[in-house]
Design a protein around this ligand. Structure first.
Ligand code: PA5
Length: 425
């Protein structure tokens, strides 16, 4: 079960009366979301994925490559971060999923050089099938397999839309292909083939992830007091209204570090519109207690910190120290220590009159992770409704994609005219 705790009154902060008023708008937003889900409208259809995703079809598509020791994902943004978050949290070997999203040539070369390609499956993902980074990296990866005498057509699964160059290449080479679900923007697609192919190849419980998503869907209710997802979304919205322009997400679990990256995309790309939207920041507990916490507790009053932690986890005993100054560690374990760090840091913010939000899951397993991902997506959709922004579009991202393609092709477009006009000092 996930739980979202409400922030204590701080500066910026939210009064209970404000929340009670906001709750009427939450009920109206919930109605709108449910109508959108029922009609499978663009974007809202994302919240039907736990029911709509066919885990058996994914398992069948990956069967020819599920003997692989590792997977390389070629995709970017919403076509990569869901799978990265899931495998980082749940794979036995965190190094078994490698993501090539960036086109930094040195990184691509070093990554490919370090992999045994004969034992590595390729997962190529692009909703549009046109994204330059993904297509370019796919061509490079393919050539690397050929150079090492490995038949890449036998090691690959492609997930893409109905049209576009990636679909054409998949058809040309008769590659196993899974569809990107209709009406689901990339950043909302973790619980579809887009996010589930690498976990399926690595033997992760994708059925459990979907079951967790269904639990979170069942927990949506027309009141923020009855729905953890809406409690989180409503508090984040109310705090933004009161001045919390930055939302720093700080998981207390190394296995959730990529969750912060996934959340940052979800929040920024969905809500950064019409001159508003919280800027997501990424931190990791306990590591960032030793760096960013100073700013969060004593810097500008423009932030809320979102803490995320599993209540239970496997533990490591701390061996008895042989120095009396360390005797306070005697009989404790690393889990006890990180929990103490969590409690101390969470408490330190209201003590400095700063707001914080807490999201807890029982433990970091497939069901709880599926529930967490879905709940955050639902929270994001709620904030979009309350803020009246177009949650499911990303015109600023498309601007950059179009400009890149025009530059590479040497075309003159509105975007390249802006680039040509830039002045450098
Ligand atoms: O959320 C989004 O829409 C984006 O982050 C896309 O996922 C990203 O730009 C990749 O696009 P595509 O899947 O079309 O290659």
């Amino acid at each position: 079960d996930i739980g979202a705790a409400l922030a204590s009154v701080a500066d910026p902060g939210v009064e209970r009366a404000t929340l009670d008023d906001l709750n009427k708008r939450v009920a109206a937003a919930h109605d709108r979301i449910e109508q959108g889900r029922e009609a499978d409208e663009f974007g809202y259809a994302s919240l039907n994925l736990p029911e709509a995703t066919d885990a058996d079809a994914i398992r069948a598509a990956v069967a020819p490559v599920d003997d692989a020791d590792s997977v390389i994902t070629v995709g970017i943004g919403g076509s990569a971060l869901g799978a990265k978050t899931i495998t980082e949290a749940l794979a036995d070997d965190p190094g078994s999923h490698v993501v090539l999203d960036n086109v930094d040539p040195e990184h691509v070369r070093r990554t490919l050089d370090g992999l045994s390609l004969a034992d590595t499956a390729i997962n190529v993902v692009s909703r549009s099938g046109t994204t330059a980074e993904t297509l370019a990296n796919f061509l490079v990866v393919r050539a690397a397999y050929e150079d090492r005498g490995v038949d890449w057509t036998e090691r690959i699964v492609v997930t893409t839309g109905e049209d576009g160059p990636l679909r054409a290449l998949a058809d040309q080479h008769d590659l196993p292909t899974l569809p990107v679900p209709e009406g689901v923007p990339g950043r909302f697609s973790a619980l579809s083939a887009v996010g589930l192919v690498p976990p399926a190849i690595l033997g992760i419980d994708i059925e459990g992830l979907l079951a967790g998503g269904r639990t979170a869907a069942d927990n949506l209710a027309p009141s923020l007091y009855d729905s953890p997802a809406y409690a989180y979304g409503a508090m984040a919205y109310a705090l933004e209204e009161e001045g919390a322009k930055v939302n720093a997400v700080m998981p207390y679990a190394e296995r959730l570090e990529s969750f912060g990256e996934w959340f940052a995309q979800l929040w920024a790309e969905s809500l950064g519109k019409d001159g508003r939207g919280q800027t997501p920041a990424r931190a990791l507990g306990a590591t960032d207690q030793h760096s960013q916490l100073q700013l969060y507790r004593a810097g500008h009053r423009d932030k809320v910190v979102t803490f995320v932690r599993p209540r239970e986890r496997a533990d490591v005993a701390i061996p008895d120290p042989d120095h009396e100054d360390l005797s306070y560690l005697s009989g404790t374990d690393l889990g006890g220590l990180i929990d103490a760090e969590y409690e101390a840091t969470v408490a330190s913010l209201p003590a400095a009159d700063r707001p914080e939000l807490e999201v807890e899951i029982d433990r970091l397993d497939a069901e709880n992770l599926g529930e967490l991902l879905y709940a955050m997506e639902a929270a994001c959709v709620l904030v979009g409704e309350l803020a009246d922004v177009e949650t499911f579009t990303q015109p600023a991202v498309e601007w950059g994609k179009n400009a890149t393609r025009a530059l590479i092709r040497g075309e003159k477009t509105d975007e390249t005219a802006v680039i040509d006009k830039r002045e450098r000092l």
